[in-house]
Ligand binder design. Sequence first.
Ligand SMILES: Cc1cc2nc3c(=O)[nH]c(=O)nc-3n(C[C@H](O)[C@H](O)[C@H](O)COP(=O)(O)O)c2cc1C
Length: 384
Amino acid sequence: MSLRLLTAGESHGPELVLILEGMPAGVPVDPEDIDRQLRRRQGGHGRGARSTKVERDHAEITSGVALGRTTGAPVAMRIENLDFANQPTSKPVLTTPRPGHADLAGATKFGLGDLRVVRERASARETAARVAAAALLRPLLGAFGIDLGSFVTAIGPVGMDTDLAGLAGSELRQMADRAESDAVRCPDPERALAMIAAIDGARLERQTLGGVFVVFATGVPVGLGSYTHWDRRIDGRLAGAICSIPAVKGVEIGPAFGVSQMAGAGAQDSIVRTETGLERASNFAGGIEGGVTNGEPVLLRAAMKPLSSVRARVTSVDLETGAPADPAYIRSDVCAVPAAAVVGEAMMACVLGSAIVDRFGGDRLDAMLAAAAVAGQPNGDWAS
Ligand SMILES: Cc1cc2nc3c(=O)[nH]c(=O)nc-3n(C[C@H](O)[C@H](O)[C@H](O)COP(=O)(O)O)c2cc1C
């Protein structure tokens, strides 16, 4: 709501650009950390050559930052596409749409004769801009004690059991730390090996794989989002943001699908008084009740479909001739679930960053922190 992220740029154009508008003043900016986040998105077993060999993503900040801090003005960044230099001056017109991509619907919608124009903008290359923007938001969230993380729990048919409702914030952090050094971002080393084997097998069979990832935020203050109107609910905003990641087709808040099979009494997060305040005995709600954060880890799980560009034969029609045709295969990832998890963190940062600005006012970080200090936490300090 308060923060707006705009991105532009084509996959094989000269650059991606982004503008983050509504960013409070005084937030420290570390350009190396932005590039580190970009590298996290580029990695993961199963990525194609472009991501791992051609691009070396680097964000150049062109406005909105002075003396190492945000100024309150819109922050603009550009990320050069190194692959632009490798592009031929003229490319054949593409007229056979790929199922599972925006090709057919996009060309019909905008009246475009060359499907390449659609795929250049529909490409998930755009998610690099989101990750760079979110890297600016992480220190803002960090100032409020919010820590973001992610890990992969399934690739294709290989999954690991996760008791989402029973995981404390510290355990989530440990799992994310283990995932960070793993090739598929899976915290279970044994399952990770099976996932890698599944990806290698899919590559040999000219196939692709999807999977499931968890994104979480710990240290989230009570009261982000609102029950007072449908579009202020933080669960709806998070679900929309996560589903905006290309190829993500499902989102659950906490262990929602499992909870749907439980009886009501066992599926509630009991409220208990401890020495430090009010706490929950579990986290079936994924840290959100009534569209408002409740102080527990905000937790969601996302399902990514198997990538649509497969070397195996798929059926389509040449729009020019009307005859059945194979869409031209374009260099592709075999699996991008680990990268999507990093993009998931970025989308969560965008939603929580905006909600923090909504709740604590957005001109300058020091004033926001002062507002947060008097706002009350889940320790019974709830009424005045
Ligand atoms: C990080 C990332 C990388 C992706 N790489 C590919 C890819 O190499 N090949 C592919 O077919 N789809 C890839 N996708 C998914 C497509 O961009 C997406 O399926 C397509 O744009 C159609 O959108 P939809 O699946 O949301 O309907 C990737 C998605 C993400 C998040």
